[in-house]
Design a protein around this ligand. Structure first.
Ligand SMILES: *[C@@H]1O[C@H](CO)[C@@H](O)[C@H](O)[C@H]1NC(C)=O
Ligand SMILES: *[C@@H]1O[C@H](CO)[C@@H](O)[C@H](O)[C@H]1NC(C)=O
Ligand SMILES: *[C@@H]1O[C@H](CO)[C@@H](O)[C@H](O)[C@H]1NC(C)=O
Length: 130
């Protein structure tokens, strides 16, 4: 489930984690921006931009997974480092931006329903004639 390799260098592993942190948040933000642009402005251009970011994220994740599983992380003494590796080496953790995307979709739905409610109220008050 969570494979490990033979690299026992815990200092290199800690450096890897630090780099991952910074890079992942940049990648994640780009993806979030692209999906936000598409969700609020549905054009072909924005759809392609979003899909491209999605692919970049998947590629990034695959590369980091390969690197993470080259370490003998289960043998590391630092429990914080071990916990982070156990998280990174599980397959199928690409779920992160997907969860964020659901969040964005939820917000969109909320905004839409607020607009609908407002419309219905105005209709009731006779402000809008249908
Ligand atoms: C990790 O620890 C296990 C059990 O203590 C040992 O058998 C294994 O050889 C170690 N792996 C590495 C890469 O040092
Ligand atoms: C919508 O996206 C297009 C690119 O496909 C861009 O040119 C345009 O300015 C955007 N419109 C708004 C309102 O942001
Ligand atoms: C374990 O690693 C974390 C993250 O690199 C670090 O902040 C912490 O001080 C380390 N703990 C120990 C006991 O070395």
């Amino acid at each position: 489930m969570s494979p490990q390799g033979t690299n026992t260098d815990q200092t290199a592993a800690t450096r890897f984690l630090e780099e991952y942190d910074g890079e992942a948040s940049v990648m994640c933000n780009r993806f979030m921006e692209a999906s936000w642009d598409f969700n609020t402005n549905v054009t072909d251009f924005n759809r392609r931009k979003m899909l491209a970011q999605q692919m970049q994220w998947a590629k990034f994740h695959r590369e980091k997974w390969t690197e993470a599983t080259s370490f003998a992380w289960k043998n590391f003494t630092n429990p914080t480092v071990r916990r982070m590796f156990s998280f990174l080496t599980v397959l199928g953790k690409v779920a992160l931006p997907k969860a964020k995307m659901e969040e964005v979709r939820g917000e969109e739905r909320e905004k839409k329903s607020k607009k609908e409610i407002q419309y219905e109220e105005e209709e009731k008050e006779g402000k809008i004639h249908t």
